[in-house]
Design a binder for this molecule. Structure first.
Ligand code: G6P
Length: 617
C-alpha cells in the first residue's frame, strides 16, 4: 500500500503535492518523492524516510526558485514492496530516457519477466522496484502518444496497480490507470487531481470520480477524459464526498482498526496470489516461492523453530500445527523473550521462522541473532521491507498487508498465517508428504479465503449486536482444540488489548484442569468449533460451562447446525479445510473485540500502555 497524488492546474504543484502526501502518509511512510513538469523540464526529487525528509531535500537541492516548480506533477509516499526503502527505490520511477515518470501503488507480479525482456532490448534499469519495469515499458512503447503507450504497457502487466504517469513531451496532462489499487480523480476549478484516497483531495474539491479496474483517466487542467482499456471514451458518474477530513483518512471507517479488519480480503489476496502459479497456464497448480529464494535444501531441515512475540507468536502457534500437519516435521514454537534467555538447544540443521509485523521487535531480533549464531538458517515473515529482521534473515517472505496503523494487529496476523500455510505446504510437497492432487485442493481452499473473509465481514452487524449485550462481562474465556486452541489465543489477546476485559484462552481439554473453577454466571465463553473430528469433545466442554451459568458463543461453520441448541449465539464462517480455519475464525473475534472496545467508550486504535512496535526490552 502506498499513497499517490497528482496535480495539474494553475497553482504551484509542489506544495499541493506535499500537502496531499502528508494526508496519505498513513498508507506508507518509508520514502517519498515528487516529479514536476516545470521550466527545467521533468524534474524528480526523492528521499528515504518521512515526507519531511523530502521537503528538506527539495529546499536543499533547489537553489533557484525555478528549479523545482511547475503546474503539473505527481507524488508518492511509499510502503516498500520490491526493493528496500532508499532514495533510488523511491517513486517516481522514470524510464531510461528520464522523460516518463511513474508513481505506483500495488504489486507488478510479472515485473521480473518484463525486466528481463526489456534488458534484452537494451533498456537499462537502476532500481530494485517492480515500478521501474512499468516506467520502462511505457518508455519502450512511447512513440509520441502517451495514452497509446500506457495502454500498450498496461496490457502486459499482471498483478495490481494504481498508476500516475507524466511525460516530459506532453506536459499538459497526467494519466491515471488502476487495477485492484484505488485511485480517485478530483475535479476542481481550473485544476484536477488524482489520489489513492480522498483525504488528499478534500482541500481542493469534493467532486470526485472513482476509477474502476482498468479504466484510464487523462487529466488536463480544465477537463478530464475517461477511457476503457481499449481506448474507447467512457462516461462516468461523479460522486460528491460528504465525509469530514478525519473520517476520510480512515476510508469512512470510525477507526483504523475497523478499516484494517476490512482490508483483510485484499491483503490476503496480495499475499497469496504472487506465490501461486497461474490457474490459466494449464497443468497442476503449484506454490512458487522462488521469489524468496526458497529451494529444496530448506525442506531438509531436521526441525523448524518458530519464534516471535505477541500476535506474531500466536501466528507461530498456528504455524506449528500447520507444519506438523502438512509437512510432518517436528516444530517448536517459542516466545522470543523466553527463547533468548533460556538455554535452547540449537542445531545447524534447524530452520528458524521468525515472525514480526514490524521486523523491529527487540526480543524477536535478539532471538533471531541467537539462532543465527547457533548456525541455524533463518526465514523471516515480516510486513516491513528493509526492516532489521528483513535485512538480517537468510530468506524473507513479506506479508503484503500494507501499513498497519492500529496498535492491535489484525491484517498482519491473517497474512502471517497465509505465509505460514504457504511455506508449510511447500515443505510438505518437497518432503513428499503432499501429493499434487492434494495440493490442488489446498490451493483452491486458500484461494477461496479472501472472498470467505469478505462474507464474514458482511455479517458484522450480528457481532456488533452481540458485543452491545456482552461488553461489560467480567471475564471472557476463549476455548478450542487444535487449530481452534491456537486461534483462541489470538482472539483472547485482541479482546484484552483493546477492551481491557479480562480474557484468557485455553485448550478446551484443559477446562477441567483449572479454568472451570472460574466459570460462573458472569462469564462469557467463546468456543471455537472448526475441528470437525473433535466436535463431540467441544460439545461436552460447552455443556459443562453452560451448567455453571456461563453464556456461550460458538464460532463454527455456516453449514453446521451442530451447536445451535446449546449455544446462546452462533457466529458462522464459511466452510474451509479445518487446518486453514484460523484465518477465518479469528475475524469474528477481531470484530467482537473492536465493538466491545467501542461500546466501552475506548479508542481501539490506541490502547493504553501498549505500543505498535516494541523496540526496547
Ligand atoms: C506489540 C504489538 C503487538 C505485536 C507485538 C509484536 O506488542 O502491540 O500487536 O503483535 O508487539 O510485534 P511485531 O512487530 O514483532 O509483530
Amino acid at each position: 500500500m502506498c499513497g499517490i497524488v497528482g496535480y495539474i492546474g494553475n497553482q504551484e504543484a509542489v506544495p499541493i503535492l506535499l500537502k496531499g502526501l502528508k494526508k496519505l502518509e498513513y498508507r506508507g511512510y518509508d520514502s517519498a518523492g515528487i516529479a514536476v513538469q516545470g521550466k527545467m523540464g521533468l524534474v524528480v526529487r526523492k528521499a528515504k524516510g518521512l515526507i519531511k525528509n523530502l521537503e528538506e531535500k527539495i529546499s536543499a537541492e533547489s537553489k533557484n526558485a525555478d528549479e523545482f516548480c511547475g503546474f503539473a506533477g505527481i507524488g508518492h509516499t511509499r510502503w516498500a514492496t520490491h526493493g528496500e526503502p532508499s532514495d533510488v527505490n523511491s517513486h517516481p520511477q522514470t524510464d531510461a530516457s528520464g522523460k516518463i515518470a511513474v508513481v505506483h501503488n500495488g504489486i507488478i507480479e510479472n515485473h521480473g519477466k518484463l525486466k528481463e525482456w526489456l534488458l534484452s532490448k537494451g533498456v537499462t534499469f537502476q532500481s530494485e522496484t517492480d515500478t521501474e519495469a512499468v516506467a520502462n515499458l511505457i518508455g519502450f512503447y512511447y512513440r509520441g502518444d502517451l495514452l497509446q503507450a500506457v495502454m500498450e504497457a498496461v496490457g502486459r502487466l499482471e498483478g495490481s496497480w494504481g498508476l500516475g504517469i507524466i511525460c516530459a513531451d506532453e506536459p499538459d496532462r497526467i494519466i491515471a490507470v488502476r487495477k485492484e489499487s484505488p485511485l480517485v480523480v478530483g475535479i476542481g476549478k481550473g485544476e484536477n487531481l488524482i489520489a489513492s484516497d480522498v483525504p488528499a483531495l478534500l482541500e481542493y474539491t469534493r467532486e470526485v470520480y472513482y476509477l474502476e479496474d482498468r479504466e484510464i483517466a487523462v487529466l488536463f487542467k480544465d477537463h478530464v477524459d475517461f477511457y476503457s482499456d481499449e481506448g474507447q471514451v467512457i462516461q462516468k458518474e461523479k460522486t460528491h464526498i460528504e465525509w469530514d477530513a478525519a473520517s476520510a483518512e480512515k476510508g469512512g471507517y470510525e477507526h483504523f482498526m475497523l478499516k484494517e479488519i476490512h482490508e483483510q480480503p485484499k491483503a490476503l489476496t496480495d499475499t497469496l496470489r504472487p506465490r501461486l502459479t497461474a490457474a490459466d497456464t494449464g497443468g497442476a497448480r503449484k506454490i512458487n516461492l522462488d521469489e524468496i529464494g526458497f529451494d529444496a535444501s530448506w525442506a531438509q531441515a531436521s526441525r523448524v523453530v518458530i519464534t516471535a512475540c505477541g500476535t506474531a507468536w500466536h501466528a507461530g502457534v498456528i504455524g506449528k500445527y500447520a507444519f506438523e500437519h502438512f509437512a510432518r516435521i517436528p516444530v517448536d514454537v517459542d516466545v522470543a523473550s523466553e527463547f533468548r534467555y533460556r538455554d535452547p538447544i540449537l542445531n545447524p540443521k534447524d530452520i528458524f521462522i521468525i515472525i514480526s509485523q514490524s521486523g523491529e521487535t527487540a526480543d524477536t531480533l535478539a532471538a533471531m541473532r541467537m539462532a543465527k549464531k547457533g548456525g541455524a538458517r533463518i526465514i523471516a515473515i515480516t510486513n516491513v521491507v528493509g526492516s532489521t529482521l528483513a535485512r538480517e534473515a537468510d530468506l524473507v517472505m513479506y506479508t503484503w498487508a500494507g501499513p498497519e496503523i492500529a496498535v492491535a494487529s489484525t491484517k498482519a496476523f491473517t497474512t502471517q498465517l497465509m505465509c505460514l500455510n504457504l511455506i508449510a505446504l511447500q515443505f510438505g510437497v518437497l518432503r513428499g508428504v503432499i501429493k499434487s492432487a492434494q495440493l490442488n485442493e489446498y490451493i483452491n481452499a486458500l484461494e477461496a479465503i479472501p472472498a470467505q473473509a469478505e462474507k464474514i465481514l458482511k455479517g458484522k452487524e450480528n457481532i456488533q449486536r452481540f458485543a452491545s449485550q456482552q461488553f461489560n462481562k467480567g471475564k471472557v474465556f476463549f476455548m478450542g482444540r487444535l487449530f481452534d486452541y491456537a486461534a483462541s489465543l489470538e482472539s483472547a489477546l485482541k479482546l484484552k488489548e483493546i477492551s481491557y476485559t479480562h480474557s484468557e484462552a485455553f485448550a478446551a481439554g484443559e477446562l477441567k484442569h483449572g479454568p472451570i473453577a472460574l466459570v460462573d454466571t458472569s462469564t462469557l465463553v467463546v468456543a471455537l468449533c472448526t475441528q470437525s473430528k473433535l466436535f463431540d469433545k467441544m460439545e461436552s466442554s460447552i455443556t459443562q460451562v453452560k451448567a455453571r451459568g456461563a453464556a456461550v458463543a460458538v464460532i463454527t461453520y455456516e453449514d453446521s447446525d451442530r451447536f445451535n441448541n446449546i449455544a446462546d449465539e452462533v457466529f458462522r464462517i464459511p466452510r474451509t479445510d479445518d487446518s486453514l480455519s484460523p484465518i477465518l475464525s479469528v475475524i469474528p473475534a477481531q470484530l467482537f473485540a473492536y465493538y466491545c472496545a467501542v461500546q466501552r467508550g475506548l479508542d481501539p486504535d490506541k490502547p493504553r500502555n501498549l505500543a505498535k512496535s516494541v523496540t526496547v526490552e
